[in-house]
Design a protein around this ligand. Structure first.
Ligand code: ISL
Length: 554
């Protein structure tokens, strides 16, 4: 069976563009918060299917749906208890089939979120594994004896707080968990675990999905010898994957994750994908020190995943010209053949409007920037509306991560509040009842219905810059010269065999003069920005210009 839609329709996904993912734009949907169709205050698959025409209207290539599999929801679906079924809260497998058909009819590919590094402790595999030291699945998880004094086998830490080990009174052993104690890590050193995970992947490919977002792809293997992680020098700490108050930042995680054996597993994964032409995967690489090096290894030479999801632009500090330029310079060194997928917001971080203190003008500049860069892109639901981080009262908190570190770190609920479709009711057209997380009242003014038909809205700006990228192969797949940062000014040129586009971004408030490279340049149509004079142009605060080289015939 082909991984590409067979459904006819004017916009149906083109079977020929097997490389759609390269430079593509992916729209992330958090299913609990997109659209409730059953009146229980929680979004579901039927709700997503009903809203797909809106998603298609943005011009994106694909949707990535965060996990909707059977789960006790301790980590809101990132704790899977059955990989091959839909949690009743989200619907049924039939609802999923309908969603895929609808998406393909509208020209959207469907990527699902596979959480292969760990399961829920309610998964049947874990129940069996913990039942004895000799059962068939005894080695499916990372089990280890206590030290003679009863303490955990080594110093590994959980991202969500405390040690990465939980005592099991039945086996009289510890098991490892990189996240919650209710998310035991699978042991991918066991061949049977790999086989089972690949079979699961095939199950979804056979259902017609076009690809995967692979959760925590660098956490698949832990050191067989369970060696202690070394301490990390304080000056090398950074808060890109865990907040600064989290002691997880105090270690260099060279043994608890990032193991070389992963490359062999990813090769097996890729061989499977290659049986389904046109399918693609983006692996989430969470590592504060080695992220770019791993991205390079995992996306090299068609031997691993097609793209890695990078954390570089998710950092708390506002993204400045110098940082963009140094990230690409580092990529050239550490991952010269790699392919990144960039994002400013997702379901784990403070929305970038708030994180970076942006105005509407700033949001437009960043949207244009991400659509001009080399790589693929993930947009997070609501970012196109300019949603800010919602303030959640402690009594409304849902995220266990936030409950653990409150109030120094408030967790991830503030970016997970419902989509705002309409301004005319308090539940924003998301649900008929009070949703699982409250709609932020200040979000109502940003609702889709408010922005949809308004020419100058941020939503229409996103539509414009996504379609600019779609219409210009040089932006999607072309090369990119070295990026130059001069104060708040970022400049670079995108090139391919037929086109050259000079891109200039004023990433600050004060006007900046920009000298043009040699040649004749005309503004890219429909994008706005300043008209160039003969020698250059002036960019006002947060303004940008994309200029195309006029080809001279001799
Ligand atoms: O959430 C984070 C920072 O606030 C990250 O460190 C996050 O834990 C890391 O990126 C891994 O995230 C993924 O796996 C987690 C899940 O809770 C996240 O929602 C998911 O994106 C465990 O499955």
């Amino acid at each position: 069976m082909s991984a590409i839609a067979t459904s006819a329709g004017p916009d149906a996904v083109p079977a020929t563009d097997l490389d759609w993912w390269r430079g593509g734009v992916i729209y992330q949907i958090y299913p609990r918060s997109f659209q409730d169709s059953t009146g229980d205050g929680i979004g579901d698959l039927a709700g997503i299917a009903a809203r797909l025409p809106y998603v298609a209207s943005i011009g994106v290539d694909a949707i990535w749906i965060s996990p909707f599999f059977t789960s006790p929801m301790k980590d809101f679906g990132y704790d899977v208890s059955d990989y091959r079924d839909v949690d009743p809260m989200f619907g049924t497998l039939d609802d999923f089939d309908h969603l895929v058909t609808e998406a393909h009819r509208l020209g959207l590919r469907v990527m699902i979120d596979l959480v292969l590094s760990h399961t829920s402790n309610e998964h049947e595999w874990f129940k069996e594994s913990r039942s004895s030291r000799t059962n068939d699945r005894a080695d499916w998880y990372v089990w280890a004896d206590a030290k003679p004094d009863g303490t955990p086998p080594n110093n590994w830490l959980s991202i969500f707080g405390g040690p990465a080990w939980h005592w099991d009174a039945k086996r009289l052993q510890y098991y490892m968990h990189n996240f919650l104690a209710s998310q035991p890590d699978l042991n991918l050193h066991a061949p049977a675990v790999q086989d089972e995970l690949l079979d699961t992947t095939r199950f979804w490919l056979e259902k017609g999905v076009d690809g995967f977002r692979l959760d925590t792809i660098n956490f698949y293997f832990a050191d067989k010898d369970l060696r202690d992680n070394p301490a990390l020098a304080p000056e090398r700490r950074n808060a890109s994957i865990a907040p600064a108050v989290n002691p997880y930042n105090y270690q260099e995680h060279i043994y608890s994750k990032n193991q070389p054996e992963n490359l062999d597993f990813l090769k097996r994964f890729r061989d499977l994908l290659d049986e389904y032409p046109g399918s693609a995967a983006v692996g989430e690489v969470g590592d504060a020190q080695l992220g770019m090096e791993l991205l390079g290894q995992y996306t090299k030479d068609g031997q691993g995943v097609q793209m890695c999801y990078a954390f570089d632009f998710l950092a708390p500090e506002r993204l400045r010209a110098e940082r963009v330029s140094s990230v690409f310079a580092h990529m050239k060194e550490a991952a010269p053949d790699g392919w990144a997928c960039w994002a400013f917001s997702n379901h784990d971080v403070t929305r970038h409007m708030t994180r970076w203190g942006l105005t509407d003008l700033g949001a437009r500049m960043y949207a244009t920037l991400i659509c001009s860069l080399r790589g693929s892109i993930c947009l997070f639901q609501g970012e196109e509306l300019g949603l800010s981080e919602a303030e959640i009262a402690f009594e409304d908190l849902q995220d266990p991560y936030g409950i653990e570190f409150w109030p120094e770190f408030k967790g991830r609920d503030g970016c997970r509040t419902p989509m705002v479709w309409e301004a005319s009711n308090v539940n924003a057209g998301f649900s008929d009842v009070r949703p699982w997380l409250p709609v932020a009242p200040e979000h109502l003014a940003n609702a889709v219905a408010v922005q949809d038909g308004r020419e100058g809205s941020l939503l229409n700006h996103y539509r414009r810059v996504v379609s600019m990228r779609n219409e210009m192969p040089v932006l999607r797949r072309g090369d990119q010269t070295e990026l130059t940062a001069t104060g708040d000014l970022l400049t670079f040129i995108r090139t391919d065999g037929t086109d050259r586009v000079f891109c200039a971004f004023n990433m600050g408030e004060a006007p900046i003069e920009v000298a043009l490279p040699l040649g004749n340049w005309v503004p890219v149509e429909g994008i706005g920005g300043t008209e160039p004079g003969l020698a250059g142009l002036v960019l006002d605060g947060w303004d940008y210009a994309l200029l195309r080289a006029v080809r001279t015939t001799t």
